[in-house]
Design a protein around this ligand. Structure first.
Ligand SMILES: [Zn+2]
Length: 124
């Protein structure tokens, strides 16, 4: 089930193939965003992710030999998705900041060079 109309939308097959990589945190930032956009409005893929997530957590829990307290998987997954969204946001901000800084430094360098050339000409 997919809402139609968006251009960069993933199809369910691609989204499903990304579930395991989402769990293992090996998706690239862009892939991660596309994946999250998809599962937010595709209940069948969300269910797929949820199942995978729960299996993964249960396995982890068995490994860690926890005190038998039942985990709230639903909210754990929601937490995980929110964390992923924040991660994307942070990455985007860093990229933006990096780009701005580069432009700023280039600008300063150009002004500095113009100034130096101007000064050299003045003394000749
Ligand atoms: Zn789907």
């Amino acid at each position: 089930m997919t809402r139609k109309g968006q251009i960069n939308e993933l199809d369910c097959r691609t989204a499903e193939s990304m579930v395991a990589r989402y769990i293992n945190h090996t998706l690239k930032t862009d892939e991660l965003e596309e994946f999250l956009d998809h599962i937010e409005h595709c209940s069948s893929c969300y269910d797929e992710l949820e199942t995978y997530f729960i299996v993964n957590k249960v396995t982890q829990q068995l490994d860690e030999q926890e005190d038998g307290s039942t985990l709230d998987f639903q909210s754990l997954l929601e937490q995980d998705i929110r964390k992923s969204r924040r991660y994307i946001h942070n990455r985007r901000c860093m990229q933006l900041a990096g780009g701005t800084l580069t432009i700023l430094l280039s600008g300063i360098l150009i002004i500095f060079l113009v100034f130096v050339i101007f000064e050299i000409k003045r003394f000749w």
